[in-house]
Ligand binder design. Structure first.
Ligand code: SAM
Length: 373
């Protein structure tokens, strides 16, 4: 929640409020409970305004920080890497840039409850982040990656289970609505790459930094850009200009260009380019489909890149490698990699090899390494 001082509106503050909720629909009203001693209490009491900013996973660290530090001691937004933006209909209280949804609220009543004061307020404006609205103006908060606070823990707001009124909805209405809010996702145990995607989906979250070590035609780079969202970053490498061009075109078409840094450079140089911990590094070995098959990944450089990636991956992060042993260099690369990965300390890494046992000797294999600490 954000607010500002009436006399000195440049003094703005953020406070994390757990006890908040809708209390009326016409007019739309909310309540928040704030302890009297809190810095924000006086700012809200004097200005009569506050803005509720919903929190997504990307903002979670900041949300926790703002709940335990005082605005009397420091500029919490600056310290947490957040910036303010003007909030519609508010004279003093700002909103937080990038929040999925903000509610501009004007206080109508204050009630002393005991430890906390309860501010009742009318909602004067609602602002929704552009990527959460569809062409028809419908808000899709289920795509926002919202975080809930429950009994001392922050939890991801996950799977859609139903919608308001579903228990009495006609079957046809139920099917139509559920198809929108929870599209069917069939599971295919089809190839090493499908498995890799499943794992990435579970391991990479909004705001994450990740590496695509073999850009190719950019399918994986685009997929990773979707997973990390607008606040994340994908560092992608390939030695071929054609690969970088194809990837840049794909990202441009999908509106994802600003989420990726593309390097026409061997992945063995990644430590020179990536200076922050990453949630995942992805290697899809082999050659560029549709191009010269002689230009393929080679163990000598793949090995350096794998070692570099293992250094860059944060604790809990994963390394994913799809190997194609169906050609001589691919076979050599797969065998050397098994030796290399088998030698990793089991105190530091979990290492998994997935192969389709009945798919023939050249079938692609997927290797997954998780860094434990
Ligand atoms: N992930 C890609 C996609 O989604 O389209 C496919 C990657 S393709 C199988 C392998 C790529 O690795 C080729 O484009 C090739 O040019 C690239 N490559 C070969 N050696 C490399 C190296 N040392 N560093 C980075 N990329 C390399």
């Amino acid at each position: 929640m954000s607010c500002a001082d009436r006399e000195h509106p440049e003094n703005r503050n953020l406070i994390t409020v757990a006890w908040a909720g809708t209390v009326n629909s016409e007019p739309p009203m909310v309540s928040i409970s704030v302890m009297k001693k809190r810095y924000s209490h006086d700012l809200i009491a004097r200005s009569g305004e506050f803005v509720i900013n919903l929190t997504d996973e990307k903002m979670l660290w900041a949300a926790d920080f703002c709940g335990v530090r005082s605005g009397r001691e420091l500029d919490k937004a600056a310290a947490a890497g957040l910036t303010y933006r003007p909030a519609e209909k508010m004279m003093y209280a700002p909103a937080v840039e990038g929040t999925p949804l903000s509610l501009s609220c004007r206080v109508t009543r204050t009630m002393e409850m005991g430890s906390h004061d309860l501010f009742l307020a009318e909602v004067e404006a609602v602002q929704v982040r552009a990527d959460l609205m569809d062409d028809k103006g419908t808000v899709h908060l289920e795509k926002a990656g919202l975080v809930a606070y429950s009994h001392g823990l922050y939890q991801r707001v996950g799977e859609v289970l139903g919608f308001f009124g579903w228990s009495v909805a006609r079957e046809e209405v139920y099917r139509q609505r559920m198809a929108v809010v929870r599209p069917e996702q069939g599971y295919e145990l089809k190839s090493a790459r499908f498995l890799a995607k499943d794992i990435l989906q579970a391991a990479v979250h909004a705001g994450d930094r990740v590496i695509d070590a073999t850009m190719g035609n950019g399918h994986d780079t685009a997929f990773l850009c979707e997973l990390v969202g607008p606040g994340g970053r994908v560092y992608a490498f390939d030695i071929q200009s054609q690969a970088v061009r194809n990837t840049a075109e794909r990202l441009e078409k999908q509106g994802l260009s600003d989420r990726a840094s593309l390097f026409q450079e061997g992945h063995e140089h990644m430590p020179e380019r990536v200076k922050e911990p990453v949630a995942a590094a992805v290697f899809n070995l082999g050659w560029l489909p549709g191009a010269d098959h002689r230009v393929t990944t080679r163990w000598e450089t793949t090995k350096i890149a794998l070692a570099g990636a293992l250094e860059l991956i944060r604790p809990g992060g994963i390394l994913l490698v799809c190997a194609y042993p169906g050609h001589p260099e691919g076979d050599r690369e797969r065998n050397e990699m098994i030796r290399f990965l088998s030698g990793l300390s089991n105190r530091k890494f979990n290492v998994l090899r997935q192969s389709f046992l009945n798919a023939g000797p050249g079938a692609p294999e997927c290797f997954v390494v998780q860094k434990l600490h």
